[in-house]
Design a protein around this ligand. Structure first.
Ligand code: UDX
Length: 425
């Protein structure tokens, strides 16, 4: 199948390369000249483990090409995936400007039957909206179908997730489009949910919101566990082994961040409000999540006797989670901004993110030198087994606040640190 991917960001590039792996020919279209030139040269403009070698492999095998030429790209392909961004608007809703512009171009250049698929996370009703926009811009009445086919990729493990999905969701009312989509994914072995586009669009928001809900639930529960001296990890294990609950997304920490959860939960809240049926549970999820970095700051204050003013805080980790250089909605920055407001002196480190900020240091040793407290904000593997005795000797005071519950309390206390986790007793 000849596939066009519109939008060569994180989702588009990963999706395109997965289709190459499944034996299809792919064109990546983007209006950003720099991105296109970089991709043509086999370079990604973001970090994702394993993706760059795959890009190089499929460029060399002529399975993927990149272009800025919208007209030719649309005319020459049969299956078009819309993978452009849907940023959060000022009122919390998803901004569909990019998606609508793409639909307009598709309408203007529709020369034969095509299936147009939304991969971007879009609000319920977008498939219908795109159908209207495409029709309004057609110069001749060429038939087409719009399909909703959301992605569920996690940054940092996108390749694995894309090749081993738990399920594939295909939302369409057209039998022709459904058959084409089944054929496209025939080599991936997982359940396929075939449904109405509106249900498909809702599934994506409902899945992300449910996962966010699990995280806020365990984070809020951790605060109670802290008071009662209960290890929240044991509670996560104890409830997670119940197969009706499952162990995933029950890790207490700094709160969720990233390009999806914060935006998608807000967009679903917005959709529900518009329908006059507010989602009170999700409103609480957002509130709890916003409080979680503040809870970590309380721990820092507890360690430092109540004040952070003029205290040097070493922050390890800037990305919103490990194995990505993505800092969007990262709890680290919420914590840093708050600490700066309270006139703390900040030093930061991240193995992948180069923020360019003056407080960023090259090495962990440089970051902790002279610090009154060290805070772990991102669960990078390389923070797990550091030379703790050596680092302690560089610090001004021996306090560690483990915002990710990833360190061994006994080892740290063994070398003389005072350890504060999130109900990590
Ligand atoms: C998420 C969804 O998992 C994915 O299906 C969707 O397509 C895009 O959004 P991603 O944003 O890459 O993926 O990250 P994910 O691994 O889901 O983590 C989201 C946030 O939750 C991170 O900040 C992470 O640190 C946090 N998290 C996750 C926890 O705090 N505790 C957990 O137990 C799990």
């Amino acid at each position: 199948m000849k596939i066009l991917i519109i939008g060569t960001g994180y989702v588009g590039t990963t999706t395109g390369l997965i289709f190459c792996e499944l034996g299809h020919k792919v064109t990546g279209l983007d209006l950003d000249e720099q991105k296109i030139q970089a991709l043509k040269a086999g370079k990604l403009h973001f970090y994702e483990p394993g993706l760059e070698p795959l890009l190089k492999k499929h460029i060399e095998a002529h399975n993927i090409t990149f272009t800025k030429d919208t007209e030719t790209a649309i005319k020459e392909n049969d299956l078009i995936f819309i993978c452009v961004g849907t940023p959060q608007g000022t009122d919390g809703s998803a901004d569909l400007t990019f998606v609508k512009n793409v639909a307009k171009s598709i309408g203007q250049n529709l020369n034969q039957y095509k299936v147009i698929v939304t991969k971007s996370t879009v609000p319920v009703g977008t498939a219908e909206l795109l159908t209207r926009v495409i029709k309004d811009n057609q110069t001749a009445p060429v038939p087409f179908d719009v399909v909703s086919n959301p992605e569920f990729l996690r940054e940092g493990s996108a390749l694995h997730d894309a090749l081993h999905p738990d399920r594939i969701v295909i939302g369409t009312t057209s039998e022709t489009a459904r058959t084409i989509m089944r054929e496209l994914y025939k080599d991936l072995h997982c359940p396929i949910i075939e449904t109405h586009p509106k249900a498909s669009e809702m599934i994506k928001y409902a899945a992300n919101s449910f996962l966010a809900l699990k995280i806020s639930y365990i984070n809020e529960l951790a605060r109670v566990c802290d008071k009662l001296s209960i290890n929240v990890h044991d509670v996560s294990n104890g409830i997670g082994l119940d197969h009706r609950i499952n162990p995933h997304f029950l890790k207490a920490g700094m709160g969720y961040g990233g390009s999806c959860f914060p935006k998608d939960v807000n967009a679903l809240i917005h959709t529900a409000k518009q329908q006059g049926t507010p989602l009170l549970i999700l409103e609480a999820v957002v509130k709890v999540n916003a409080e979680q970095p503040v809870y970590v700051i309380e721990k820092i204050k507890q360690a430092l006797g109540g004040e952070v003013q003029n205290k040097t805080i070493a922050v390890l980790g800037l990305s919103f989670k490990a194995n990505t250089d993505d800092t969007r909605e990262s709890p680290s920055f919420i914590l840093i901004d708050r600490l700066l407001e309270e006139q703390a002196i900040i030093k930061t480190h991240d193995p992948m993110v180069k923020s360019g900020a003056s407080h960023q240091c090259m090495t962990i040793a440089e970051t902790v030198a002279g610090a009154d407290a060290l805070v772990i904000c991102t669960d990078w593997d390389e923070y797990k087994n550091l030379d703790w005795a050596g680092l302690k000797s560089l610090m001004n005071q021996p306090y560690i606040i483990d915002g990710r519950n990833m360190l061994d309390k006994e080892i740290l206390e063994g070398v003389g640190f005072q350890y504060f986790g999130i109900a990590n007793q």
